[in-house]
Design a protein around this ligand. Structure first.
Ligand code: PGA
Ligand code: ZN
Length: 429
């Protein structure tokens, strides 16, 4: 008998920044129940699906999500009542009827999409990752984490312009060993920063350090030194990824690198990244240019794409139409996948499939505003993408995902890809 959705119920909860977000509980015809909580970005892309906020200044500075919650509890509940599970996303998209989910809200829609998937996995008595892999015909494997060590940009009060300085521990035999390595790098970075006279009183939005360093290059130096101080070999064991998030310091054709004391055009940015990727063990760069500079992205990828993973986050916004265009124009070679940028699991997996078929890499990513939901760990595993980006290794909204992956590895069924996702970017050996 077909498995049907019988009820959905939403609640306004708080995310890791103390801002409202949506939680959804779905119930199916056999009594199975699943829950999901929706993440929320701060350094968002212009082309993301719309996160519906109440705009009522008397509650949470206008950030309340009671309207989205009501949409789930009334209209969506009605639309899905008695719907086969596999029709959930199609019905949600049709009921919303807008290109960017602005009527019902991508936060309402994604919460329902994920809660129904969880309930269906409960019904099938399989782990969520396996249900997702079966449903979307993927080849699961554990993901290698790309871990935030130093933060800048919007996530750390603009101490630096670049948003993320991350460590990728690819040269280890297991996920657990890779995680231990990044924890060691994080600790070594702390010691180096304190030796350098920095006062570390708290952490940035994703749990990494947000020190007042002199420049972006100084952050690269600290991270490279931390990798070595932790006893690892840069490029063969631990490499660096950058999330430039360039849209956020771009104005009218120029990139304002205040801390470097210069402003650059798109080709100047490509040259800067090229130089830093020689001097430091950088193998991956995200949003190196502004989110609508297609010409700049094409020429940067032509120059650097052979040596670097060039990821579109704000550039692609997990949008199938933008990823299709990017592939056709060779404008990048990898896509950052964030479920709430597009709003349903079906469209998220469509982007992952398009990336795989085009030979693009994919990195499954959290948002800077997260919850204790570990859905992302199962999504990354199911996708077979081989890479996950969750933020740092402090704060439990991050650890919920890292710890879930430890549990999945311990079950012994999943392959650990190690260096494989980074072939062509790191020395062969
Ligand atoms: P956001 O940032 O979740 O604040 O948009 C994450 C990222 O840019 O990768
Ligand atoms: Zn990003």
């Amino acid at each position: 008998m077909a498995l049907l959705v019988t009820n959905v119920r939403a609640l306004e909860i708080l995310d890791s920044r103390g801002r409202p977000t949506v939680a959804v509980q779905a119930t199916l015809s056999d009594g199975s129940v699943g829950e999901a909580q929706v993440p929320s970005g701060a350094s968002t892309g212009r082309h993301e699906a719309l996160e519906l906020r109440d705009g009522d200044p008397s509650r949470y500075q206008g950030r309340g999500v009671r309207t989205a919650v009501t949409h789930v509890n009334e209209e969506i509940r009605h639309v899905l009542n008695g719907a086969p599970v596999e029709e959930t996303d199609r019905r949600l998209i049709e009921a919303d009827g807008t290109p960017n989910k602005s009527r019902l809200g991508a936060n309402a829609i994604l919460g329902v999409s994920c809660a129904v998937a969880r309930a269906a996995a409960v019904s099938a008595k399989v782990p969520l990752w396996r249900w997702l892999a079966n449903t979307y015909s993927t080849h699961p494997c554990l993901p290698v984490p790309m871990v935030n060590i130093l933060s800048g940009g919007l996530h750390a009060g603009y101490n630096l312009e670049f948003q993320d300085f991350l460590a990728i521990a690819h040269g280890f035999p297991t996920y657990a060993e890779a995680l231990r390595a990044v924890v060691a790098v994080h600790g070594a970075a702390e010691r180096l920063l304190i030796q350098g006279g920095h006062v570390l009183t708290g952490v940035a939005d994703e749990g990494g350090w947000g020190p007042q360093l002199a420049s972006n290059e100084a952050a690269l130096e600290v991270l490279t030194n931390a990798i070595e101080a932790a006893g690892f070999e840069p490029r063969t064991q631990v490499s660096i990824a950058l999330d430039v998030a360039a849209t956020h310091f771009y104005r009218e054709g120029r990139y304002y690198l205040r801390s470097e004391n210069r402003d650059l055009d798109a080709s100047g940015m490509a040259t800067l990244i090229e130089e830093w990727a020689v001097r430091y063990p950088v193998i991956s760069v995200e949003d190196p240019l502004e989110e609508d500079d297609w010409e700049g992205w094409r020429s940067l990828t032509a120059r650097l794409g052979g040596r670097l993973q060039v990821i579109g986050d704000d550039f692609f916004t997990t949008n199938p139409a933008r990823v299709r265009r990017g592939i056709a124009e060779s404008a990048a070679n990898a896509v950052l996948v964030k479920m709430n940028q597009i709003g349903t699991l079906t469209e998220t997996f469509e982007v992952i499939r398009m990336a795989r078929e085009a030979g693009y890499r994919a990195v499954i990513s959290a948002r800077s505003g997260e919850t204790e939901d570990s859905f992302l760990a199962d999504l990354a595993t199911a996708s077979g993408a081989g890479q996950i980006k969750v933020g740092s290794i402090t704060r439990s909204e991050r650890l919920a995902k890292y710890n879930r992956l430890l549990a999945l590895e311990a079950e012994g069924e999943l392959e650990w890809p190690g260096n494989r996702p980074f072939r062509g970017l790191i020395p062969e050996g």
